[in-house]
Design a protein around this ligand. Structure first.
Ligand code: 0X9
Ligand code: ZN
Length: 784
């Protein structure tokens, strides 16, 4: 059994039965409107420690030493972040378990936060609402501010009432009107603050509301979504707990239910009624993951349930948590994959890619149960399992440096990296239909022949109007768009055909399809303002290296590197929570060899020959690009890491200044990458590429492999088809004027069509442009 599996099983069996002192500490501290630091629970001497556990026994040892688990890690070296009192920490040292201290003095961090927040006036907070965390009352005031700003778009909706009687205040954002045909608009529901101490979730949800309201007039994507959807954003789902975490115990997690045995609080994310009472939830009231006495025993979870059940139009849901940088989906209660695993993966992959594009941060995607640990009675299991909603749950920043006490300078960056993913989730679940390309899109159009590709159109919020699928295309910027119907291939498959054309500017195209109620979807998603482009020509390869022989690559290493330098050879596979070094070179290429970071030893440990102690760099020979237009560089790469180590790919025109192309996290698969050199090095007449694998955390797994590097370009040598007198790639009535001019006044033709050739009018191919070509031209025009 792989280490991580054991780890998860250990958690489900042992850990959640442990008791917590946390709840007990806070007993008797009533709800107060505000409190001085003196009234607060203190954590003097407490540390937050990351402990590496090698097996179940070690995990059990650790869990006897602590009662406040902060986070779990997905990497191969199973590690767990825990808060420890000085006594617990002393016991940890005695236990011999390897650890690193993440937060040396937790109370100092809390004191710093307290002092900062105390010095910040209420008014100041509302003027700069994302500069620092907001109290619950301030969050609600700010929602009212947004409503006042755009009463035409926004209104307050109270989702329910907390145990202590507080409104669960959400903002509804939608432009006036209904969905197509008078239907309800598809609705999107996000909330933060289910776990009180996870403060960063609150501004992240509030920021989404802020952008939807403030950017409606200026951002076409936002406007289209606010027109099409109904958004419900609830920043604080657990107001009683959130206020308690401000005033009494910063590290409070649950709601504020008196459990009757002196302990307080139900974990609201174990109280939902789907798989309730299963793995990863506690029946012990004092525990941090106490599930409550019955499913939906708590007013807060009842409110969410009733709100969602009253709105069958809700198509997207996210329960926002922190921390660990994850994007989770069902199930939590079982390790079986959800029926819609492919859909979760399709949307989830786009979401984490958007985060990486925005901030460079890596979020790990996957089902809750197998990605972190079993957790039953969770919100998204219920939303998906009972209501069929494609429901996600983020774990926001960070990965443990600050944990729950995330500094305020990370509020805006976190909110900003999440917002595009929120839009994408909404877009993909509220679209009437979805257009995808099951075999991919063509990478070029060969001149003179039609370019075909397959299109899949799936029903999402509506059913497809079978007469609606269209391809729109033009032979270059600024030309009029031509419209083509798609051919049905049966089922949800269609074929699109770009007609034959000659050389020239790249073809621009997009595909559209409509639902039966009239709403239209496009591919790309931002069509028609966005479109795909397709160069015309043949692919010419100027360089290819499958690494079977040495074509002049160089390796250079940090002096501190102790192992794992790039080496060429037939890789020896190693495993560590999945394949670490691949067993084979790129299966899509030829030969058996590739470059790897340190050759594994047969049967050897994964950690033995990975990158340790610094960086190793693999640099290509110089590729001459003179005479090559629009060069493309492609390669296959493999990265295995524990999530912090990455492969950097950079290109350079001169070998001195390097431009990063991508920073690749753990993927453990051979992935193809192709890029346009001009996108990174405009005007470069030569290029080299460099692959740098870095180990920046000691004792962490870092492996990379590279194969099948190629430089190619698309060159068009053939001219426009005979008869295409305006060189637009088509023979249409638009060519008649040019044809007449070519016969009557070739000089005038050359002036008017400077990039065309009058010989295109030599339809009878006798070498002359004369009236003798008229018959053939008419035949071409009329399809003869
Ligand atoms: O344990 C949890 O509830 C979540 N982790 S946290 O550290 N934020 O408490 C993970 C479970 C996520 N599950 C659902 N949102 N349903
Ligand atoms: Zn949480």
């Amino acid at each position: 059994m792989p280490l991580f599996d054991r780890f998860v099983r250990g958690l489900s069996r042992g850990f959640w039965k442990k008791t917590s002192t946390l709840a007990a500490i806070a007993i008797g501290a009533g709800c107060v409107a505000s409190a001085s630091a003196a009234d607060k629970v203190r954590h003097d001497g407490d540390r937050v420690v990351r402990v590496t556990v090698a097996d179940e026994a070690q995990l059990d040892t650790l869990l006897k030493l602590t009662d406040d688990v902060w986070s779990h890690h997905v990497d191969a070296d199973s590690s767990i972040d825990v808060r420890m009192t000085p006594v617990q920490f002393a016991n940890l040292e005695v236990s011999g378990l390897p650890y690193t201290v993440l937060i040396e003095d937790l109370q100092a961090q809390l004191d710093e936060e307290d002092a900062r927040l105390a010095s910040r006036g209420v008014e100041q907070g509302l003027a700069n609402p994302f500069d620092d965390y907001l109290r619950w009352e301030q969050v609600n005031t700010y929602l009212n501010t947004l409503v006042a700003l755009r009463p035409d778009l926004a209104s307050i909706v109270v989702v329910g009432t907390s145990l202590q009687g507080r409104p669960m205040t959400a903002i509804r954002i939608s432009s006036p009107g209904t969905g197509p045909g008078g239907s309800a608009k598809p609705a999107i529901f996000y909330h933060g603050g289910i776990h009180a101490r996870e403060w960063i979730t609150v501004p992240t949800v509030l920021w989404a509301a802020d952008r939807l309201v403030r950017d409606y007039d200026t951002n076409a994507e936002i406007r289209a979504l606010v027109d099409r959807c109904e958004f419900f954003l609830l920043p604080v789902m657990n107001p009683d707990g959130y206020i308690h975490s401000w005033d009494v115990e910063r590290l409070w997690r649950k709601n504020r239910r008196p459990n009757g045995d002196g302990s307080i609080g139900v974990d609201l994310n174990r109280n939902f009624g789907f798989g309730w009472g299963g793995d990863g939830a506690s029946s012990v009231p004092n525990d941090l993951t106490y599930r409550g006495p019955a499913p939906f025993s708590e007013p807060e979870t009842q409110a969410i349930r009733n709100f969602i059940m009253a709105r069958p139009n809700i198509v997207a849901y996210n329960d926002v948590h922190s921390y660990s940088q994850l994007l989770l989906w069902p199930w939590g209660y079982t390790d079986v994959l959800p029926p819609d695993q492919a859909e979760f993966d399709f949307i989830g992959t786009q979401m984490i890619d958007l985060i990486r594009a925005q901030s460079g941060r890596n979020y790990t995607p996957g089902p809750i149960n197998t990605t972190i640990y079993p957790a039953s009675g969770g919100s998204i299991d219920w939303a998906y399992g009972a209501e069929g909603i494609i429901a996600f749950s983020y774990e926001l920043r960070d990965t443990g440096e600050f944990g729950f006490v995330l500094p305020p300078d990370q509020i805006l960056p976190t909110a900003q990296e999440i917002f595009p993913t929120f839009l994408r989730h909404a877009e993909l679940r509220s679209a009437p239909v979805r257009i995808t390309f099951p075999n991919g899109l063509p990478s070029l159009a060969a001149p003179g022949v039609a370019t075909q590709f397959d299109v899949r159109i799936s029903n999402i919020a509506d059913t497809l109007n079978a007469a609606s699928p269209r391809l729109f295309a033009r032979n270059g910027p600024g030309l009029p768009l031509n419209e083509y119907t798609l051919t049905s291939l049966g089922g949800d498959l269609y074929r699109a055909a770009l007609p034959a054309r000659g050389c020239g500017a790249p073809t621009e195209f997009y595909v559209t399809a409509a639902g039966n109620t009239g709403a239209t979807a496009g591919a790309p998603l931002n069509a028609p303002s966005g479109f795909f482009t397709l160069p015309v020509g043949e692919e010419i390869e100027t360089f290819r290296d499958n690494f079977e022989t040495n074509l002049g690559w160089t390796v250079s290493n940090d002096p501190s590197l102790t192992s794992g330098a790039w080496v060429r050879g037939d890789p020896v596979g190693t495993t560590s929570g999945g394949p670490a070094q691949p067993e084979d070179d790129n299966p899509a290429g030829t030969g058996t060899q590739c470059y790897v970071t340190g050759q594994g030893t047969p049967g050897g440990a994964a950690g033995a020959q990975d990158v340790d102690g610094g960086s190793t760099r693999l640099t290509s020979p110089v590729f001459d690009l003179t005479g090559i237009t629009d060069a493309r560089l492609s390669y296959y790469r493999w990265v295995a890491s524990n999530g912090t180590d990455t492969l950097n790919v950079a290109v350079s025109a001169n070998g001195t200044n390097w431009v990063t192309v991508e920073t690749v996290p753990n993927n453990r698969a051979w992935n193809f990458v192709e890029l346009r050199v001009a996108d990174y090095l405009p005007g470069a007449t030569s290029v080299r590429v460099r692959f740098t694998m870095t180990d920046d955390a000691p004792a962490s797994l870092a492996e990379a492999a590279i194969d099948d590097v190629a430089v190619s370009s698309v060159q068009c040598t053939s001219s426009s088809p005979i008869g295409d007198m305006n060189c637009d790639g088509f023979i249409t009535v638009g060519d008649i004027a040019g044809f007449v001019l070519a016969i009557t006044d070739p000089a005038a033709y050359a002036v008017q069509y400077p990039t065309c050739n009058a010989l295109l009018a030599d339809v009878n191919n006798d070498g002359f442009v004369t009236v003798g070509d008229i018959g053939g031209f008419v035949a071409l025009l009329t399809g003869g």
